[in-house]
Design a protein. Structure first.
Ligand code: FAD
Length: 473
């Protein structure tokens, strides 16, 4: 069994550590933030500070793919989450009226997602990981770089551990970088003489303006629309959480400077109150100090095999450190945990003691299991940026991309046919890729027949002019 160093103790890294330790690997998790979770996860919102993690207090949803992996692989953690107040919400059972879903069908149990403030979910997973045999979490330990050893492949640096900021060397058979979307791994690799990974970074990203609320009686606002709604140049996200709390986010394009006043609570609320299906989500007591803003949310992919050779052996990037996309789709933790599972499975198939074989196998498995999800999300994000930019110019976006046509048609067919509704869920919830879903017999034609008129749907919500008036002080 391998000695594994995981860099970062975010929500997916904690799951990864437990998955790896469950197979008998010895896992050391190094986290630069010093503070750990309080004994009761419900206190985490008030008591746990995580300055190293910008999205710690941003609304999160944990989609059915994340929930399914947790249930299957880490059932004790899944059940503790429930005890701590995280909810299981099944879209067919709990949200859609039967006339839209077609009623409960065999297999619909797969549409259950987990709700909960990110802070609470991470506190539960942190406690579970801390007590898992084979996992050691060292908080307040920032990694500053990699340590190189004897190459396993000619001309390719081999990593034998990490160097902490305090100068300590921690050796490992495998270093798993899970230090998130702003990971410094490319620099660390260059520092040991490796080639810089291939990086694809989008020019335009998104900005998140989020708040959390609580009700007096533990109830949650009724969901009368999808969790994410695009209103021209802005999107709203409304997410039930835990213990009578919920999160609300407004998302803009990073280029939309006119909407920056959304960082002021009064302007933010004025816009929310102007959005018909979701205005009631601000009828609660805020549990934060104001609007939390996170900018520079660009899609980014890193390729660690160049010209058929890994840039280094003995190190892999998993989850956001490998690829991250627009968080508004809520897919990051699901894709990340699927990637962690892929890592666990590759370590079962190929011994980490053969670093070259392992690097090749992990790269191939990443391309097969998670890269299609990144590519599908990227395509969707690019079209969304196109829609927003056209809206800012006062025009209308269109694209000949068949993937875009199908995505819009499937949205329009949602609730009009049980198969189209479930196809929509399968894609949104990271259960089946668009390519697999549209390979189902007859689905493509049915989608275009039922939803192909999406361009004729009347626009709803405030116009661009009304939106600008709402954000003007
Ligand atoms: C605004 C926002 C909203 C999101 N909403 C959702 C959602 O609704 N649903 C969803 O599934 N996903 C969502 N995501 C994505 C999700 O947060 C990530 O996919 C997930 O956090 C990745 O987990 P991770 O463990 O890989 O890394 P992270 O959670 O990013 O954690 C990285 C950790 O590494 C630590 N670290 C960094 N550098 C070092 C270092 N040098 N040494 C030691 N430690 C280090 C950091 O302190 C941090 O704790 C959202 C992301 C953002 C930005």
């Amino acid at each position: 069994m391998a000695r594994i160093v995981v860099v970062g103790a975010g929500v997916v890294a904690l799951g990864a550590a437990m998955l790896l330790a469950g197979d008998g690997h010895r896992v050391i998790v190094l986290e630069r933030d010093a503070d750990g979770p309080p004994a009761d996860p419900v206190d985490a919102w008030e008591q746990w500070q995580r300055p190293g993690l910008n999205q710690f207090r941003m609304a999160h949803t944990f989609l059915p793919r994340f929930r399914a992996i947790l249930d299957a692989e880490l059932p004790a953690a899944a059940s503790t989450l429930k005890d701590a107040g995280a909810l299981r919400m099944n879209y067919v059972r709990d949200v859609l009226p039967a006339k839209m879903s077609g009623g409960w069908l065999d297999g619909d149990e797969r549409y259950a997602l987990l709700t909960g403030r990110r802070v609470l979910v991470e506190a539960v997973l942190a406690a579970a990981a801390e007590s898992a045999p084979g996992v050691q979490i060292r908080r307040g330990t920032a990694v500053a770089g990699l340590v190189g050893g004897t190459p396993a492949l000619a001309g390719v640096p081999h990593v034998t551990g990490v160097m902490t900021k305090a100068g300590e060397v921690i050796t490992a058979d495998l270093v798993v970088d899970m230090s998130g979307r702003r990971s410094a791994l490319p620099h660390w690799l260059e520092d040991i003489g490796a080639r810089r990974p291939d990086e694809e970074l989008e020019d335009v990203g998104f900005v998140y303006y989020g708040r959390h609320f609580r009700s007096a009686d533990g109830s949650l606002p009724p969901m009368i629309g999808p969790a994410q709604i695009h209103w021209g140049t802005i999107s709203s996200i409304t997410l039930p959480a835990d213990n009578g709390t919920w999160g609300v986010v407004l998302v803009t394009a990073s280029t939309d400077t006119a909407l920056r006043p959304l960082r002021e609570a009064g302007r933010w609320e004025a816009v929310m109150r102007g959005l018909p299906l979701v205005a009631h989500w601000v009828d609660g007591t805020p549990i934060d100090d104001g609007v939390a803003v996170m900018a520079r949310l660009e899609d980014r992919y890193r390729g660690f095999v160049l010209d058929g050779k890994p840039v280094a052996t003995g190190v892999v990037a998993v989850a956001d450190s490998w690829a991250c996309s627009n968080p508004a789709n809520g897919r990051g933790a699901s894709i990340g945990l699927l990637h962690a599972l892929t890592l666990r499975d590759q370590l079962r198939a190929v011994d980490a003691a053969d670093p070259a074989a392992f690097a090749a196998a992990f790269h191939a498995a990443t391309a097969e299991t998670v890269e299609p999800w990144y590519r599908a999300t990227l395509a969707s994000d690019r079209h969304r940026v196109g829609e927003i930019e056209a809206g800012i110019r006062g025009g209308r976006y269109d694209s000949r991309d068949p993937g875009y046509q199908l995505e819009k048609a499937l949205d329009a067919a949602f609730g009009r046919d049980p198969e189209c509704t479930r196809a929509n869920f399968d894609i949104r919830f990271v259960l089946d890729t668009p390519a697999k879903v549209f390979a189902r017999p007859g689905l493509r034609d049915k989608t275009l027949r039922l939803g192909g008129g999406w361009r004729d749907a009347p626009p709803f919500g405030p116009t661009r002019e009304q939106l600008l008036a709402l954000v003007s002080p």
